[in-house]
Design a protein around this ligand. Structure first.
Ligand SMILES: Nc1ncnc2c1ncn2[C@@H]1O[C@H](COP(=O)(O)OP(=O)(O)O)[C@@H](O)[C@H]1O
Ligand SMILES: [Mg+2]
Length: 314
């Protein structure tokens, strides 16, 4: 339903989206995961026709978003990161506006608008103005406006940012309901746990580049049985580097360095807990002082750390 092929978007010298490719089918949620500035919104804006790709292609339900843009957009529901609401127009009129914009009329429009009000949990607030709504309610209405015409492909750009836990749970339910009804959902987020919970498959992007792609289980398998060990404290740079090098040479540890800084050393290795005493001894011989030890089992956050050497939420 959604196909993105070597999509690239430059802003002057900056390559915001760099040759990313992925496909997503009916009845699935595909995640686009990456930190702020990774290029998620730029990719979505290219697919929705708001931006023209510098090179590469994207198609929606078989329609190229550039050469066959009108047909592509008829199959698309877009829920932008920036709220697209008329603050002084009652919630129900916002929905009617977007329904009409997508060609709904008469009884069909009425019935879809009441269905959507129910889905987004705003039946009681239908006549109220969005400017009086909480952040979560606005996000829900924003979502409603994007799906009022029952699009087969839905683009959701960071729908849970600034949202209270209750609205967040409701948004998850709404995404799952749309998926179960057969929609293809592209979901962007910088929250790992959302991607792990909602997405059938996902792509991780950083600096515009796709750095990993697959199902959540496939991505987890890439980490096999490795643990991530983060040591906080004070670590003289050169001495610690030499000490860590001796650890890297040891076959029994299978150790790699993710980051080595003066106040924090992050390593990945197999069965870390068995090797902690050894590692502490080597680090402290090099003059390092450990004040805190964090051992993480592999998850998507770790995978991101491994691939990029940085935390997802910087
Ligand atoms: N209109 C623009 N002009 C110039 N640079 C932009 C513009 N929009 C976004 N960028 C840059 O492109 C990169 C990707 O941004 P964006 O797609 O918004 O990332 P994300 O949505 O993942 O946070 C960032 O470095 C951002 O600063
Ligand atoms: Mg964005």
């Amino acid at each position: 339903m959604l196909k993105v092929d070597e999509l690239t978007k430059n802003y002057g010298d900056l390559v915001a989206v760099d040759q990313i490719s992925f496909e997503a089918g009916k009845g699935t949620v595909f995640g686009l995961l990456g930190p702020n500035g990774a290029g998620k919104s730029t990719a979505i804006n290219c697919i929705s026709g708001l931006l023209r790709p510098t090179s590469g292609h994207a198609s929606v339900a078989g329609h190229d978003v550039v050469s066959d843009g009108k047909a592509a957009r008829q199959n698309l529901g877009v829920v932008p990161q920036e709220l697209a609401l008329y603050e002084d127009l009652p919630a129900i009129e916002n929905l009617r506006y977007w329904g009409k914009a997508y060609g709904l009329r008469g009884a069909e429009l009425d019935s879809r608008v009441s269905e959507v009000l129910d889905t987004i949990g705003l039946v009681d607030r239908a006549k109220d103005l969005p400017k009086e709504f909480s952040g979560g309610m606005k996000r829900r209405l924003n979502f409603g406006c994007g799906i009022v015409h029952k699009p087969p492909v839905i683009l959701l750009d960071e729908p849970t940012v600034g949202v209270d836990p209750q609205s967040r749970a409701r948004l998850f339910d709404m995404v799952e309901a749309a998926r179960d009804a057969g929609a293809c959902v592209l979901y962007t987020t910088h929250y790992m746990e959302e991607a792990e919970r909602l997405c059938d498959s996902l792509a991780i992007i950083d600096n515009g580049k796709l750095i990993a792609k697959g199902t959540v289980n496939e991505l987890r398998a890439k980490l096999s049985a490795r643990d991530v060990l983060q040591l906080n404290g004070t670590f003289p740079l050169d001495e610690t580097r030499q000490a860590v090098d001796t650890l890297i040479e040891r076959d029994d540890l299978d150790l790699e360095v993710i980051t080595q800084e003066e106040e924090c050393v992050t390593l990945t290795l197999s069965r870390a807990s068995q090797h902690l005493p050894d590692i502490f001894a080597v680090i402290s011989n090099a003059g390092g002082v450990v004040t805190e030890t964090i051992l993480r089992s592999p998850n998507l956050e770790t995978l991101f750390l491994l691939l990029t050497g940085k935390e997802l939420r910087e």
